[in-house]
Design a protein around this ligand. Structure first.
Ligand code: UTP
Length: 464
């Protein structure tokens, strides 16, 4: 695009500063900058920036929040669990379930320098998050004699390395036709005061992935929704890259989702204390919503039901089963998921081209969140899980107080020790153990394989 055309595009939006260094760019850099500009919806950016301080209606939600309809750990009967498991297994066998893994985040807090999925988390095996996740899918597909396609979302920050990593490891055993990697979009960071889009380099706009909620649009544009439809997939098991404990395509969750004729079922943990820093799943007017912990005042967090239990008790762990129909509805409507505004310190070039590294937030970023799908879902329900068995997110680098590699590995080993004991083995808390998903996906499968009287006294990695 010639410079004059770009001026004509940018002028009406007050964004012509993006061309300030045009004359210093080579042909390739110019082409790239023109492309970046072309992808931005400047009218949307203007609107989002203008609304950046608009009070949200979260106070209204908080005031009216009720506990969500839930499958609770202490009230679900064994018969109900078995029924759900049978229903879930039937659906997987019929090839109507797929998996969605979102791995487009920048993983800033982990300070790893590569996509988070490439982080070696297996306590003894050193397997990466990606490998552990994929092997669960491969093992489940084998167990149920079904295809379970994986739709893997990357972002420009993680795409190339992820694609290369999967190719180099032959997709960890997943058939080529069952892996679809698609890339989410980005949103530019803008100066908080002026709304001007920031430049990171002379020819590069400061942009970051548009949030895990960018998944809806990316599923559509990346061809995944068509693939889902073509295969007759009805529901998708959604999970995030950072939690190696997640029971991918867990039968009980899929079963409860189907039995409730739900369009979205989400896993929750009972909060340890009212102010625990997790998203809060609540019900308002028969619809599910997530209230972020940063929005929840202490008085509301402490509200109690007549029986004394917490009203806002359900903490989200970002594991969902979502119907393909809901995904398509949301993907096809541009405004289906709202943008959230975050104030961030963003490094950029000033008008003279000097790099500025602010220590305080100078910019706003815009992200979509997948949990905003919830209010649109018919019959949405929550399913409670035991956090010890289901939730260990890798968020922070070693040395932090929580969610570090060491803590995640310990939790993975504790889970596997539990399985071993359930399966009849003797193992003390100090012994390091790890079970490959290809050896056993759960305690029941492990019990079928372990010789009776097994005693584990030294570090042991169970693999086929
Ligand atoms: P987080 O919000 O924890 O972000 O993502 P992150 O990138 O892992 O880490 P920080 O905040 O930069 O330290 C939760 C999940 O959502 C995905 C992440 O890859 C992770 O699986 N995600 C997040 C996306 O796929 N795209 C995004 O734009 C943001």
């Amino acid at each position: 695009m010639p410079k004059e055309r770009l001026h004509a595009v940018l002028g009406p939006h007050g964004q012509e500063h993006l061309l300030a260094f045009w004359d210093r760019l080579d042909t390739e850099q110019r082409r790239s900058l023109a492309e970046q500009i072309d992808r931005i919806d400047f009218e949307l950016i203007r609107r989002l920036h203008a609304d950046r301080d608009r009070p949200s209606d979260v106070h209204e939600l908080i005031a009216r929040a009720e506990p969500p309809p839930a499958i609770r750990l202490d009230s679900v009967t064994t018969a109900e669990q078995s029924k759900a498991r049978r229903r879930g297994a039937m659906e997987i066998r019929a090839g109507r379930i797929g998996a969605i893994l979102v791995a487009g985040g920048q993983g800033t807090r982990l300070e790893f320098g590569k996509p988070k999925g490439m982080f070696p988390i297996g306590p003894l095996s050193g397997k990466t998050l990606f490998q552990i996740h994929v092997e669960k899918i491969v093992a489940a597909a084998r167990r149920y004699g079904a295809r379970i396609p994986l739709y893997l979302m990357t972002s420009p920050a993680t795409h190339r390395q992820t694609v290369e990593f999967f190719a180099a490891h032959e997709r960890f055993g997943l058939p080529a036709e069952d892996l679809l990697i698609f890339c989410q979009g980005t949103m530019p960071a803008v100066d908080a005061e002026t709304g001007r889009v920031l430049l990171e380099e002379h020819g590069r706009i400061a942009a970051s992935p548009d949030g895990h909620g960018g998944m809806s649009a990316a599923l559509l544009h990346g061809g995944a929704l068509d693939d889902i439809q073509r295969r007759g997939i009805q529901h998708l098991f959604y999970f995030q890259v950072d939690n190696p404990l997640v029971d991918i395509c867990g039968l009980e969750m899929i079963g409860h989702h189907l039995l409730a004729d739900s369009e979205l079922t989400t896993q929750v943990i009972a909060k340890r204390d009212p102010l625990e820093r997790v998203g809060n799943v609540v019900q308002v007017d028969g619809r599910l919503y997530v209230i972020e912990y940063s929005d929840l005042p202490e008085e509301a967090a402490n509200r109690r039901n007549p029986d004394g239990s917490l009203t806002i008790w359900a903490g989200s762990i970002a594991v969902h089963v979502i119907s393909a129909g809901l995904l398509r509805r949301s993907a096809e409507s541009a405004d289906a998921l709202p943008f959230h505004v975050a104030r961030k310190a963003v490094a950029h070039l000033d008008h003279s081209g000097r790099r500025v590294e602010p220590s305080e937030p100078n910019a706003v970023k815009f992200e979509r969140f997948i949990f905003d799908l919830m209010p649109q879902a018919r019959n949405a329900i929550v399913m409670e899980v035991d956090r010890r068995l289901a939730f260990a997110p890798l968020k922070n680098a070693s040395g932090a107080e929580q969610d570090t590699p060491e803590i995640v590995r310990d939790q993975l080993m504790a889970l596997h020790r539990d399985w071993l004991r359930w399966a009849g083995a003797e193992v003390s808390d100090e012994v390091e153990v790890e079970i490959s998903p290809l050896y056993a996906l759960d305690a029941e499968e492990l019990a079928e394989k372990l010789p009776p009287g097994t005693r584990i006294t030294e570090p042991t990695y169970f693999r086929p």
